[in-house]
Design a protein around this ligand. Structure first.
Ligand code: SF4
Length: 323
């Protein structure tokens, strides 16, 4: 069966109309994380329990008001996967004992930012994968600790200024640490499904959530989360920013089914990373007052090297920048 035959999502017109989130809310305008939750919810429907680790998106709930037409459980930063285990076990036992019908079963989704996913919650996530917990894990990756003032996380990219890695005379390029590779950390645990997402490629996004929903076990979705407040761009431009991240090759769209990696979008020719970096205030120090060519080149080289590897592995031709 072709991919087209396996999915109910073929064009943007197939985005389901029912919305399981109320409009309004207390998050920043243009939040890419919120957009990711909205799309994710549309695929899985209302029978969900969100287990929300501390982070930006916990702010969407102002007790006792919850903007979701589903269930929501708040946990501390490190323990969302443990919370998900408790919810999953409770439903399994209730169904087994005939206390609730199987049709009333729910899907359990951990919702976390990159601080929880890459740093503080990594240990409990590893434990949940080890126990082969049947759950979804949605990381909205805005590449820093957004709700506490945009401090560096281990998902912050090279060159980004954050509250804790501002450009200084001794480190004029901002953050100089490479992001952890969460996709590969998960892959080493051998879960059935892992995917990267961006709301700017909505059909690809929906298809992946649909595909993961057919598999039992731990399922990871890392969604780029454009963050106007922390990245420094106009809130209207979230989709444009996320699309640029994909078109420059900075944010590859890919999946791993039972460990086998495949890119779901292969740009024929990459756009220069400069086109993306120059639109965000967090990279402003790379352009003004002096252009930090060495840092921009370092970022471009990393991107080129990644796609060289993809070209070889997936036997496709991709035009790189400056080579
Ligand atoms: S800081 Fe960024 S990620 Fe957090 S709510 Fe605001 S826009 Fe969203």
């Amino acid at each position: 069966m072709t991919v087209e035959q396996q999915t109910r999502f073929r064009t943007l017109k197939d985005i389901p109309t029912p919305d399981y989130m109320s409009p309004g809310g207390s998050l920043c305008a243009g939040c890419g994380g919120l957009l990711a939750v909205r799309l994710f919810h549309k695929v899985l429907g209302p029978n969900l329990v969100w287990v929300n680790a501390a982070g930006c998106l916990t702010v969407m709930v102002n007790y006792p008001y919850v903007p979701l037409k589903s269930n929501w459980l708040y946990t501390a930063f490190a323990s969302a996967p443990a919370g998900a285990q408790g919810v999953r076990d409770a439903f399994d036992i209730l169904i087994q004992k005939g206390k609730i019908p199987a049709e009333e079963d729910v899907k359990v989704v951990v919702l976390t930012g990159d601080g929880g996913a890459y740093d503080i919650g990594l240990q409990s996530t590893s434990g949940a994968m080890y126990r082969n917990l049947d759950f979804y894990y949605l990381c909205y990756d805005n590449q820093a600790y957004g709700n506490t003032g945009f401090q560096v996380s281990s998902a912050t990219p090279i060159g980004s200024a954050t509250a804790t890695t501002p450009p200084t005379p001794s480190e004029p390029g901002g953050n100089m640490f490479k992001r952890k590779d969460l996709f590969e950390i998960w892959r080493a645990h051998k879960p059935p499904y892992i995917a990267t997402l961006s709301s700017s490629f909505a059909v690809d996004f929906l298809r992946k959530v649909e595909k993961g929903s057919k598999m039992k076990g731990p399922k990871l979705f890392i969604s780029l989360a454009g963050c106007p407040t922390g990245w420094g761009y106009d809130p209207r431009e979230t989709i444009r920013e996320e699309k640029l991240a994909v078109d420059t090759g900075i944010w590859p769209l890919k999946e791993a089914v039972n460990g086998e990696v495949k890119h779901t979008y292969l740009p024929r020719a990459l756009k220069p990373v400069e086109e993306y970096l120059s639109t965000q205030a967090r990279y402003e120090h790379l352009f003004r007052p002096t252009k930090r060519t060495e840092v921009i080149r370092m970022i471009q080289n990393d991107v080129n090297n990644y796609w060289k590897m993809v070209s070889k592995d997936e036997n496709v031709e991709i035009r790189l920048v400056g080579e």
